[in-house]
Ligand binder design. Structure first.
Ligand code: PEP
Ligand code: CO
Length: 441
């Protein structure tokens, strides 16, 4: 079947040998973790939990450092704490991490000053500098990607096992500059309140709740590079099912969701919970076909639809698709990605996203689902725990002129720490901009 967005490797023998090496290496996740996430997603489908999915647009091998991983974990934990508090339901944390190394591109070839080279497709495939050596797809990078993903997961697991994510000690999750943030007071208030509630519950119940209420975190990435995904896909006799064991939650991007394409064919055969991005151009028939082929048994927790229309078109396009999916009778989790439909370029050509558009798409998503008798069960964000300047707006009112200061993404612009926290507060209904109106608490 036609496989969209795949790299062309010059040396087939080397590629084959890498794929077979990767097939022999141990898996990155286990089937019982994958099944457990599926149950969490099923709960979110029923409205009993909320899914927070977030991380870089593309991870890079260079940024696989302890600081970066800790910062990402902290921001996801802090956001989930705020959302747990405001929404009053468990938050399922899913990082765009430990494998988010391959990117779809609008063109296979990039031309600069008369020279044409393969486009940069992410660190799993080739390198960013514009030289033939860097841009020619290198099979060894598939193995390097697997190793980086393993290192990342290993560190995340150690931190969590060591109590880093313990709900009882959220004060450990503070990032250095939370003290300077305009939202610091609100955040500290929430932390105090949750700690007090836990203390109270533990005192009256005589049980150590924090031991059982451990904060798990799951891994997700776009299942784009089919050879990478396939080489770690195992048939488990015990279960009689195939699992993609590179990640808990792979998703299908907008550009690879064709019904007759190789990605759909691969995904329909695995047992993982999975996402599909849906956006402009998605028809009623197409979304119904996706639901039918990817979840023929109507299994709860299996399918998540991540819509990403843009602030200007969500209200017009989403209702028909909700109706189309409702008509199938199959359960899905609806998640809003308010990032990818709101990318724009500044006058000097810098890719950015406006905070107000991101929040506006999210608000529309909550409203449209409610009006349609459906509900929004999660959010999918591109964010970082660092203090970058890639999206404009937010509490500090970043402008186009600020972008150059700390612009690090080689692909899409991410929310920085404060902007991400502000989004979490908005979702939780705690912060309405300028700290003026608040509800909850
Ligand atoms: C992404 O999530 O980085 C991405 C490329 O999204 P989409 O497939 O929705 O455009
Ligand atoms: Co992106």
């Amino acid at each position: 079947m036609p496989a969209a967005q795949q790299a062309t490797y010059p040396n087939q023998d080397e590629l084959d040998s890498v794929v077979s090496d990767l097939g022999r290496l141990p898996p990155l996740v286990t089937s019982w973790e994958v099944d457990s996430l599926k149950e969490h997603i099923a709960r979110a489908q029923r409205g009993e939990a909320f899914v927070l999915q977030g991380g870089d647009c593309a991870e890079t091998f260079d940024e696989c450092t302890s600081e970066n991983i800790v910062a990402k974990l902290k921001i996801l934990l802090q956001m989930s704490l705020v959302m747990l508090y405001g929404l009053k339901k468990p938050v399922v944390r899913v990082g765009r991490m430990a494998g988010q190394y391959a990117k779809p591109r609008s063109a296979d070839i990039e031309t600069r000053d008369g020279t044409s080279l393969p486009s940069f497709r992410g660190d799993l495939i080739n390198r960013n500098p514009f030289t033939p050596d860097d841009r020619i797809p290198d099979p060894q990078m598939i193995l390097r990607g697997y190793e980086r993903a393993a290192l990342t997961l290993n560190f995340v697991r150690s931190l969590i096992d060591g109590g880093f994510a313990d709900l009882h000690h959220p004060e450990y999750w503070d990032l250095d500059w939370v003290g300077h943030s305009t939202m610091a007071d609100e955040y500290h208030g929430i932390v105090r309140s949750i700690s007090n509630s836990l203390d109270f519950l533990e005192t009256v119940s005589g049980q150590q709740l924090h031991k059982t209420q451990r904060a798990d975190i799951f891994a997700a990435h776009e299942g784009l590079h089919l050879l990478y995904e396939q080489s770690q896909t195992r048939y488990l006799d015990r279960r009689g099912l195939w699992y993609n064991l590179t990640t808990h939650f792979p998703w299908i991007g907008m550009r690879t969701a064709a019904m007759d394409g190789a990605h759909i064919e691969y995904f329909r055969g695995i047992a993982n919970p999975m996402g599909v991005k849906i956006g402009p151009g998605m028809t009623r028939q197409w979304v119904q076909d996706l639901v039918g082929v990817l979840n023929p048994e109507n299994e709860p927790g299996r399918l998540t639809l991540i819509h990403r229309f843009g602030a200007n078109s969500i209200e017009e396009n989403l209702p028909d698709l909700i109706k189309a999916v409702n008509d199938t009778g199959s359960p899905v989790l609806w998640v809003c990605d308010p990032m990818h439909g709101n990318t724009e370029s500044t006058a000097d050509g810098t890719k950015t996203r406006r905070f107000d558009n991101i929040v506006s798409e999210l608000e529309s998503a909550f409203r449209v689902h409610e009006e349609m008798g459906s509900h929004l069960g999660g959010v999918h964000l591109e964010l970082t725990g660092e203090n970058v300047t890639e999206c404009t707006g937010g509490a500090r009112g970043l402008t186009d002129g600020d972008l150059a200061r700390e612009y690090k993404s080689t692909v899409d612009p991410r929310l920085n720490y404060e902007q991400a926290m502000e989004v979490a507060m908005r979702i939780a209904g705690l912060h309405q901009g300028n700290g003026k109106e608040r509800r909850g608490g």
